[in-house]
Design a protein around this ligand. Structure first.
Ligand SMILES: *Cc1c(COP(=O)(O)O)cnc(C)c1O
Length: 395
């Protein structure tokens, strides 16, 4: 990650008017014009705001794209990309897709005439086999949420190009500190900046970055027409978060690797999902296309009892039970009952999201404290299930 911290910290210039070291929060809706249509680059804050512009330039630089656009949430960013499509168009999407994207595709866009096919994109050939002349967009997340499925961006970008479809990568889990999809052939990157880019679990934001200017201008047009923009204050918070992204991600990766290796050796664990483990499917692809494996680790408990997973997620001290990820505090959740509840059970099970699957967002606490915390939770559920067994035996 050499030079990345320097780039990030210095790509936001000091304020030319006052020398302020942080970007001013331009809390204004409108801008005085010298004559009709003659202004200093801004006329109304839905169309553009200087604080938002600063974060948009920053993310475009980071992702090595032409145009960045900042939205009020990750889903608003995804929504803007789907609005590039027309009635009759098809999307091919990764089957282990973020629950909110699944809901948007299935319950909003399907009835507007845009259909989606879900395939296991970790095998690039599956994308090729699913493509039809109506396919206009291929939607990847890599790694995915919560099974950390890895897809080969470069191989799939070639398939997309050959069939005149756009490739969009939701880069939320890796972040640009680890993976640059636009340099691997993707056309569009989206982010839930709520996660690693913000980094402190204190804002909701979304970003779109396009490789070429023309596509970026279309996204900006859609944003101005539809109206979902990031507020000046949240733009400022997001800049502050991004400034420490490279250094945070480095530590997230170290902590997550340590946690994943601990879990892999634990007798109560059935399976660990982390791209940094050499036996993870497509570990080699992840190692080739990314500079690290990220901060999310999922694992499946051996089935003690139906309530073991529930007991586990309420037994930790540092890992807080909450949706979301990517902040300094470690979080854990039960995807089947929380983030992925909106996905029908058979699709969920098919993509490996069982009721025993626990997702960890490994934060920036000391790794040995986090491992001890998990160890304590394992001991607690072991005691609980032993008691249950005794009660059952005596009943
Ligand atoms: C959280 C998340 C989203 C949605 O972003 P919001 O900011 O919550 O709207 C999209 N994709 C992924 C991979 C996410 O984790």
């Amino acid at each position: 990650m050499s030079n990345l911290s320097t780039q990030v910290i210095h790509s936001v210039p000091v304020d030319p008017f006052t020398g302020a070291v942080s970007v001013p929060i331009y809390q204004a809706s409108t801008y005085v014009q010298e004559a009709p249509g003659i202004n200093k680059g801004y006329d109304y804050s839905r169309s553009g705001n200087p604080t938002r512009s600063a974060v948009e330039t920053l993310i475009a630089d980071l992702e090595k794209g032409a145009v960045g656009t900042a939205f009020a949430s990750g889903l608003a960013a995804i929504d803007a990309v789907i609005k590039l499509l027309s009635v009759g168009d098809e999307i091919i999407a990764v089957d282990d897709i973020y629950g909110g994207a699944f809901r948007l595709f299935t319950h909003v866009y399907k009835k507007l005439g845009i259909s989606v096919r879900y395939v296991d994109t970790s095998v690039a050939e599956n994308v090729l086999n699913a493509i039809t002349p109506k396919t206009k967009l291929i939607w990847l997340e890599t790694p995915t949420n919560p099974t950390l499925k890895v897809s080969d961006i470069e191989a799939i970008s070639k398939i997309a190009k050959a069939h005149h479809a756009l490739l969009c990568v939701d880069n939320t889990f890796a972040s640009p500190a680890l993976q640059l999809p636009l340099t691997l052939g993707a056309d569009i990157v989206v982010h839930s900046a709520t996660k690693y880019l913000g980094g402190h679990s204190d804002l909701i934001a979304g970003l779109v970055v396009t490789r070429d200017k023309e596509l970026g201008d279309r996204i900006r047009f859609i944003q101005n027409a539809s109206g979902s923009v990031l507020s000046p204050f949240d733009s400022w918070l997001l800049i502050r978060g991004i400034e420490t992204l490279p250094i945070r991600i480095k530590q997230h990766c170290l902590n997550a690797q340590a946690v994943a290796e601990f879990l892999q050796g634990h007798p109560a664990v059935n399976k660990v999902f982390y791209p940094g483990l050499t036996d993870h499917f497509n570990h080699d692809v992840a190692a080739r296309q990314a500079r690290g494996f990220g901060g999310v680790v999922s694992f499946e408990l051996k089935a003690y009892s139906p309530t073991a997973a529930n007991a586990f997620v309420t037994s930790t001290k540092y890992f807080k039970l909450a949706e979301s990820l990517g902040g300094v505090k470690s979080l854990l959740c039960l995807p089947a009952l929380m983030t992925h509840l909106s996905i029908p059970e058979e699709i969920r099970k098919h993509s490996g999201v069982s009721g025993n699957l626990i997702r960890l967002s490994v934060g920036l606490e000391d790794a040995d404290d986090l491992i001890q915390d998990l160890e304590n939770a394992f001991a607690k559920i072991e005691r609980k299930t032993a008691t249950t067994r005794l009660t059952e035996a005596s009943a």
